[in-house]
Design a binder for this molecule. Structure first.
Ligand SMILES: [Zn+2]
Length: 325
């Protein structure tokens, strides 16, 4: 039980308290961003979403330049290396079904860029050696390779797995990758799951030994779609809201009618609630972990969702089979 607990880095939003763990893409590090992120105590530098950024910009040298600027104004907890996706050969992103050779080329290229980043950053800050990777066997092979080359922090990009309608298959392969890494390198090895933000999924990943994650859900859902969440992971459209009760540290300062009125009027209040709610639930998960009852805690989180319960049962089966805590 050496695990130090779980950290969730959410998409940076300037009104969040400076103690909140936040993530920012290397490509977003501009003078204006730097003035806003100044003083933040836990910042995770993301290698940028590959479906948005031209691959020629996702270089170790560009990541390094952003890191140098960022570390001058805030505390950088870690840097995610470049997860190169396999060449898209069809519309669907079921990379675990792609030809092996196509996958290998991407994994090799990811590792090559990670090594370059390591040359530049040295041991100044944890570099999370990251892949776009989809099978247990590949995870065992490629995380071991990275370990042998001196990496001690690892990660994977999962956002594309969940695009569109998230299938059981996609969750299953996510679990296979995490369990593969833990099987190869030990349960205590730091592992960052990138691009996952749903509270209940975070519970399942933490149960498997994932130590940190980044995601946009609590922030983007509030800003773009006008959603606030409850602790069961259910989303509510603010404009339909009639009453509201929540025990998070933001909401407990206000009455139900004040909150409804504020959510409708002010984007920031939605973000602050969602962010505090994530912190509340993650705090409870960490406590449950310390007390050895995380499995029960996560079961209670997911039991009302047919698909997530199935995912959790698969996670339990894989953990029992391959991981020794
Ligand atoms: Zn709240």
């Amino acid at each position: 039980m050496k695990c130090k607990g779980f950290t969730f880095y959410r998409t940076f939003y300037e009104k969040l308290p400076k103690t909140t763990p936040v993530t920012v893409g290397f490509e977003a590090v501009t003078p204006s961003l730097l003035s806003k992120i100044k003083g933040y105590q836990h910042v995770y530098q993301h290698s940028g979403n590959w479906w948005v950024i031209n691959d020629s910009k996702r270089t170790a040298d560009n990541l390094y330049r952003s890191y140098l600027k960022l570390k001058n104004v805030c505390h950088v907890d870690g840097v995610m290396s470049i997860n190169v996706p396999p060449k898209r050969i069809r519309k669907t992103y079921d990379i675990w079904n792609y030809p092996k050779d196509i996958r290998r080329i991407a994994l090799e290229e990811s590792l090559r860029r990670s090594l370059r980043l390591k040359e530049l950053i040295k041991n100044e800050v944890p570099i999370y050696c990251s892949y776009e990777i989809g099978t247990f066997d590949e995870a065992v092979e490629w995380y071991r390779k990275a370990y042998d080359l001196g990496f001690r922090y690892f990660g994977a990009g999962f956002a594309a797995f969940l695009m569109g309608k998230a299938s059981f298959e996609a969750y299953k392969h996510m679990i296979d990758v995490i369990v593969g890494a833990k099987y190869a390198l030990g349960y205590d090895v730091p592992f960052h799951a990138s691009g996952v933000g749903s509270l209940r999924l975070l519970g399942i990943l933490y149960y498997l030994g994932v130590t940190s994650a980044d995601g946009s859900t609590p922030i983007r859902a509030a800003l773009s779609y006008g959603f606030v969440y409850d602790r069961k992971g259910k989303s509510y459209r603010v404009r339909d809201l009639e009453k509201w009760s929540c025990e998070c540290s933001f909401c407990s300062q206000y009455s139900s009618s004040e909150l409804v009125e504020m959510f409708k009027r002010d984007y920031t209040s939605r973000v602050l609630h969602n962010s505090c709610l994530w912190d509340l639930v993650i705090g409870e998960m960490n406590e449950a972990h310390r007390e050895g009852r995380l499995e029960d805690y996560v079961y209670n989180m997911v039991k009302d969702s047919r698909i997530l319960l199935k995912v959790f049962n698969y996670a339990r089966e894989m953990k029992r089979k391959y991981i020794r805590e």
